[in-house]
Design a protein around this ligand. Structure first.
Ligand SMILES: Nc1nc2c(ncn2[C@@H]2O[C@H](COP(=O)(O)OP(=O)(O)O)[C@@H](O)[C@H]2O)c(=O)[nH]1
Ligand SMILES: [Mg+2]
Length: 380
């Protein structure tokens, strides 16, 4: 269902625009007199605001019908032209015939272009209305098409008189869910290689051990990459935190028991290829031993849109509870934050904003995150 509001001087004008933009199947849901927005509007005369809606399916049928009609016209045109050709060839009109063929080609090309446009219109209800300022703003924030559609849809169904900008803030804020839970007894970080899992573990450990004075234990099962163990061991040594490397499932059980007196045990994992189900299952066997509902998927905000879906889907098998978004300092547009959260359908627990351990990590409110996403704030 597409719902749109129109402001016009009279009903005739409104209906013409509705028919043009939504098609003849559109129905008028409501109408009322309103003043223009802002101080100027306060002194101006009231205008008509009409809300119209159209069923996407009906619209699609209309458009399919449009495509069919066009095809028919072209087919008929071709037939007529071919008959013409035959007639002309019969009287030796070879030159004219080539002209006619050229016109056919042009005609077909034009129809193909129109078909392309119609298909686009069917997939995106906003295309035929031209891009609104709002849509351009959202595209500039690097939000993906799906998320932009959802935002605009949510704004469209808001009934109040506020400016679109205000509605936008509220909508985006509601779409960013934040997890403020205290980290539990055992916390596992998972995610692709190089996103910053180990660095984030070190930041969390530093924060909790040095600032909050909690008893922390560190475990790594990342024994695949050369240097991965040493990286975390170095942090553990500096912070004087117990650190264990786990190779087998048995090791895992034993180490967890040994560290039972810790307030929080932070567990680092190997970056696995999310497309490799075997690797993910292996990792799951280890994580199952931990028995925690604090599993955080770590993902960089510089991840390409196409890869985000594959990563959040690939790791779903591990039942992650939260998302940590890293490297916010490496970009100036933060649409990917919302793209990631919408794809994962999980709340965000932390963001990281640089390479410094332990300071470059924080939790942010939905309001702060919405500001980033909408380009009203930046991370320096
Ligand atoms: N700019 C920036 N770099 C980061 C951030 N977090 C981690 N890194 C860097 O990313 C690289 C990979 O980090 P690492 O923790 O080894 O990633 P892992 O493979 O997921 O464990 C390192 O060079 C880190 O210093 C961050 O928030 N911002
Ligand atoms: Mg690592």
């Amino acid at each position: 269902m597409v719902i749109k509001k129109y402001r016009a001087n009279n009903m005739n004008e409104a209906i013409t625009r509705i028919k043009y933009e939504l098609g003849s199947e559109a129905v008028i849901i409501s109408q009322r007199k309103v003043r223009k927005k802002g101080i100027v509007g306060f002194f101006s005369k009231k205008i008509l605001e009409v809300t119209a809606a159209v069923d996407n399916k009906k619209r699609e049928e209309n458009m399919n019908y449009g495509v069919r009609t066009l095809k028919k016209i072209v087919d008929n045109g071709l037939k007529n032209n071919q008959q013409e050709d035959k007639k002309k060839d019969a009287v030796g009109g070879a030159y004219e015939s080539s002209l006619v063929n050229k016109n056919n080609d042009e005609l077909i090309k034009e129809v193909q272009q129109m078909k392309g446009m119609l298909t686009k219109m069917m997939n995106n209800p906003c295309v035929n209305v031209g891009k609104s300022e709002l849509q351009v703003k959202l595209e500039n924030s690097d939000l993906n098409e799906k998320v932009i559609k959802k935002i605009l849809g949510n704004i469209n169904i808001m009934e109040d008189d506020r400016k679109d900008e205000e509605k936008l803030k509220e909508v985006v804020q509601n779409m960013v869910k934040v997890d403020n839970r205290k980290l539990s007894h055992a916390v596992v970080l998972i995610g692709p290689t190089g996103v910053g899992k180990t660095t984030t573990i070190a930041k969390l450990a530093g924060r909790m051990a040095l600032v909050e004075k909690r008893k922390i234990g560190l475990i790594t099962i990342d024994t695949y990459r050369i240097g991965a163990v040493e990286q975390l061991r170095t942090y553990a040594d500096i912070m004087n935190i117990p650190f264990k490397v786990v190779f087998t499932m048995k090791d895992m059980e034993k180490t967890l028991r040994e560290m039972d007196s810790c307030d929080t045990i932070l567990i680092d994992t190997t970056g696995r290829n999310s497309k490799n189900k075997m690797q993910i299952s292996e990792l799951r066997a280890f994580i199952d031993k931990v028995r925690t509902d604090n599993i955080h998927l770590v993902i960089s905000c510089t991840t390409k849109n196409k890869d985000i879906d594959a990563i959040v889907e690939g790791y779903k098998q591990l039942n992650y509870s939260d998302v940590i978004i890293t490297k916010l300092d490496e970009t100036c547009t933060y649409g990917s934050v919302l793209n990631i959260l919408q794809a994962a359908k999980k709340p965000i627990s932390f963001v990281t904003t640089g390479q410094n351990v332990p300071e470059d990590i924080k939790s942010m409110s939905s309001e702060e995150l919405a500001k980033l996403v909408l380009g009203e704030d930046i991370i320096c």
